[in-house]
Design a protein around this ligand. Structure first.
Ligand code: TXA
Ligand code: MG
Length: 353
């Protein structure tokens, strides 16, 4: 074992929240250490957001570029005002509608938040997660927890504690195991520092839900990807995140066409000696004859698909799969978020059939 390795404590909070272990976790944060914890979206890698040294440790543990800012997690509405220059009316309305929940707001920061937490920006990302373990940790850890997703930079975000251990064991102090997450894709990010509120990252809280509360809301034109004239505003969205080791291609089009195309492509690649993985749904997983077929969930309940997507990418990595074909998921509620992550994981390789 290397000398700079530390012992990572894995604390089981699946059945009940153990107050002694939670207190220990809170103390670790207060002393500048790192604790990974469950949220309703993905697991986060937490450190004290007001401690510049703790933020630096987060970047080091993940291998994350230091210009990519962190989200500050809070547990109570009273915690918001001290870290921002002003709580706008729109922020109050969104908090009322969606917090605690899978929504992150970008606001102008106050001097309390160190530049190392915000990647040097004068804005700060804030979220109140909807998970009892997360909320308890934030309260015991001083009220402000900076937390990116708890994966090694470039790997899919963790949706269960074992994913965190696979990536960060020996690099962080503690992992709180809260079982599998519910949503499986990261929070929606909405920027309130623009004249018209702008979605920087799609998530469970979709455009229509935001418009009901705020009126006009637009998508970041940089999100759609291939046009070099537009860069995504959230620094993290420019990286090829969530990348599996295999070469991933999304197949999009009419249902019958998609199944036929994936069958043909996978047969060809298997015969050529490739190890092929297919991301399918309960409705059609049994249709495929070649490759390792994994169903993300059912098209009649989209959250089953978002909840399993990242763990399937990790399983294919572990199996040494070299080629992956995925059906497209154009579902009404979570479709934007799921396709945004899949398209990035695929490095924009999409076949239309
Ligand atoms: O669901 C989530 O949001 C999870 C859980 C743990 O809460 N966290 C998460 O954090 O996904 P992370 O670090 O993996 O993604 C944060 C994203 C990055 O794309 C980053 O560039 C963007 O938020 N971001 C953070 N602060 C920002 C700011 N001030 N302005 C623009 N984008 C910001
Ligand atoms: Mg992340």
């Amino acid at each position: 074992m290397r000398e700079d390795m530390m012992k990572t404590i894995l604390a089981d909070m699946r059945e009940r929240i153990d107050p002694d272990l939670m207190e220990q976790a809170g103390q670790i944060l207060k002393k500048g250490g790192l604790v990974a914890f469950p949220t309703e979206t993905v697991y986060g890698l937490g450190g004290d957001a007001l401690n510049a040294e703790a933020s630096r440790k987060i970047y080091a543990a993940k291998g994350r570029p230091s210009d990519n800012p962190l989200i500050v997690h809070i547990a109570d509405m009273e915690a918001l005002a001290p870290i921002v220059s002003e709580v706008q009316e729109a922020a109050g309305k969104l908090a009322e509608a969606f917090w605690p929940g899978p929504l992150t707001m970008i606001l102008r920061k106050s001097d309390l938040v160190p530049p190392s937490t915000t990647g040097g920006l004068d804005t700060v990302a804030v979220r109140m997660p909807n998970h009892p373990v997360a909320l308890e940790l934030i309260r015991r850890g001083g009220g402000y927890v900076a937390a990116p997703s708890a994966n090694t930079s470039g790997r899919p975000s963790p949706t269960r504690a074992s994913h965190v251990m696979d990536d960060l064991d020996g690099k962080i102090d503690m992992v709180l195991d809260g079982g599998d997450v519910k949503i499986g894709v990261e929070s929606t990010i909405v920027d309130l520092t623009e004249d018209i509120p702008m979605v920087l990252r799609p998530g469970y809280i979709n455009l229509e839900m935001l418009r009901k509360v705020l009126g006009e809301v637009r998508m970041d034109p940089g999100l759609h990807g291939n046009d070099p004239a537009f860069h995504p505003k959230a620094p993290g969205m420019k990286y090829r995140h969530y990348a599996p080791k295999a070469d991933l291609t999304i197949v999009e089009g009419g249902e019958g066409n998609v199944k036929a195309a994936i069958s043909e492509l996978s047969a060809k690649r298997v015969k050529a000696g490739e190890k092929v993985g297919i991301i399918a749904t309960d409705e059609d997983a049994s249709f495929y004859r070649y490759g390792i077929v994994k169903s993300a969930g059912t098209r009649t309940d989209e959250i089953t698909i978002s909840a399993h997507l990242y763990s399937i990418l990790r399983e294919f990595d572990d199996l040494g799969v070299t080629v992956i074909y995925s059906e497209a998921f154009d579902s009404p509620l979570l479709g934007q978020a799921i396709m945004n992550r899949l398209i990035k994981a695929a490095g924009h390789q999409v076949i239309h059939v």
